[in-house]
Design a protein. Structure first.
Length: 457
């Protein structure tokens, strides 16, 4: 759709959100509301998308893709005023302009296409996507004349009690003939309950000029729900989460309990992976097939292969290969890379470390800034002493080495291929290949000490 330009309004503060952040950067399933709208618009293949920013403009710009054009509405004087700021940027070739709001993240590309089709088919000067709502509180009401033509939109605040009875509302999604939009904006004022330039007032002006306004009545009120409060944010979050789960189940993922599973909008999961309750998968995470994940797992920005089992654990910004077993109660912190067939067991923390094929860290250990080779066995309670109070240092453990229980490895240090470290040692020097490193006080025994002390007869 090369002759279509899109304008997304995202300049408002969102007073009703009671938040220090601009409304449109609040996240729904891990993605900012405005980016949901931007992504849904992408499917139209429009020639340009302009986002109007204003309140904390830099915060909003920071979350947007760099190739998106933005324009700043210095003072937020209403939705009509916001669109006026974008008008000079609209490309010459554009014939139609779609306007929508950054606080309606559930709108689908298909719905926008349907609006454009309705607009073109009816040859309208402007077309509004409308919906019937059981509880239309807060929305602009669609006013139609006796022949059914739309004559104006009246905001809830400005509506008479009779008009408030109307259940057909403005979704805030419009398609305009460009020239008529420009002309309409030149002719609105701020004479209303909020003292703002309402975009919706363009309707009445165009109608007065004899232009026919199209109303594309849409069946699903949920999809066009605007988020004005934190309560509405939670409602939209739930719907979006369910949508994500449905999409994954359609692709063959098993989700045992959709009511207690939370999966972000940018997550992909392969077929026959089974996701158990209490699991959160967020950010840019890619998961392969045949994994068993959960219960109680949180994963953010990870790439995970297939055939892994992960339970009651937290994983962030890391790569996991295939056939690994992680948890319960493991913490995989950023920049870790666990290759294939790794075992990371109970109460093990791994950070900024590389663990090669077949190695095991089964219990109660801290692996920080380490490079662990293949088939290494790390006993219970091993600590990589990686920090000297100023700098972090690396610990290297080569293939097939064996580290006994309760060992401190004071970095920088290297345990070479096939070497053993005796339990209880604090290792400060490198250990050569196939050697034993041991650092312990000699065991002493005081004969009959207990009886002599009179502690037992
Ligand atoms: C608006 C519509 C209402 C519709 C509803 C649908 C108007 C006057 N009213 O009401 O008819 O039923 O959406 O959700 O258009 N914004 C700016 N600059 C401003 C003011 C707002 O960019 O000066 C942006 C906001 O960031 C927001 C969007 O426009 O993303 C909508 O503003 P909001 O205040 O939420 O409008 P509503 O009262 O919901
Ligand atoms: Ca709104």
């Amino acid at each position: 759709m090369k002759d279509v330009s899109v304008i997304i309004l995202a300049a408002g503060k969102g007073v009703r959100m009671k938040s220090g952040l601009p409304k449109v950067v609040h996240r729904v399933c891990g993605k900012e509301m405005v980016n949901h709208v931007v992504d849904n618009v992408k499917g139209l293949g429009a020639s340009q998308t302009i986002v109007v920013v204003g309140y904390k403009a830099d915060v909003v710009r920071d979350v947007l893709d760099k190739e998106i054009d933005t324009v700043c509405q210095e003072q937020q004087l209403g939705t009509g005023h916001a669109v006026m700021q974008a008008v000079p940027l609209i490309s010459r070739q554009a014939k139609q302009v779609i306007v929508l709001y950054g606080d309606t993240p559930l709108v689908r590309t298909e719905t926008l296409k349907r609006l454009i089709e309705h607009h073109s088919r009816g040859n309208y000067g402007m077309t509004i996507l409308t919906v019937e709502m059981d509880n239309p509180e807060g929305y602009g009401r669609i006013i139609r004349d006796s022949t059914g033509n739309i004559t104006s939109i009246v905001e809830h605040r400005d509506a008479t009690s009779g008009q408030r009875e109307i259940r057909e509302v403005n979704s805030g999604i419009y398609c305009f003939e460009k020239q008529l939009l420009v002309e309409g904006l030149d002719n609105i004022n701020s004479d209303n309950a909020q003292g703002e330039y309402y975009l919706t007032d363009v309707v009445e002006f165009l109608r007065s000029k004899g232009i026919i306004i199209g109303g594309c009545v849409y069946r699903d009120p949920q999809e066009v729900m605007g988020v004005n409060t934190k309560h509405q944010l939670s409602v939209v979050q739930k719907i979006m989460n369910r949508r994500n789960l449905d999409r994954l189940m359609e692709d063959g993922v098993i989700i045992e309990d959709p009511d207690s599973t939370y999966i972000g909008s940018s997550v992909s999961i392969g077929a026959d992976s089974r996701i158990l309750p209490g699991t959160h998968i967020e950010g840019n995470t890619r998961i392969g097939q045949d994994n068993l994940i959960g219960p109680g797992v949180r994963i953010r920005n990870c790439s995970i292969g297939s055939g892994n089992e992960i339970e009651f654990s937290v994983l962030r910004d890391s790569d996991i290969g295939n056939q690994c077993r992680i948890g319960p109660y493991a913490h995989i912190r950023p920049n870790s890379s666990l290759h294939n067939g790794i075992r990371i067991g109970n109460f093990v923390e791994v950070k900024n470390s590389d663990v090669r094929e077949g190695s095991k860290v089964s219990h109660l250990s801290y692996i920080g800034d380490g490079d662990i080779g293949k088939d290494v066995n790390i006993g219970c309670g091993v600590v990589f002493v990686n920090y000297d109070g100023r700098t972090k240092h690396r610990t290297v453990i080569e293939d097939e080495a064996f580290v006994g229980c309760n060992v401190n490895l004071v970095a920088p240090v290297r345990i070479k291929r096939g070497a053993y470290v005796a339990a209880g040692s604090t290792i400060t020097k490198d250990i050569e290949e196939y050697s034993l490193g041991i650092e312990r006080g000699k065991q002493a025994e005081i004969k009959d000490w207990v009886r002599k002390k009179g502690l037992k007869k």
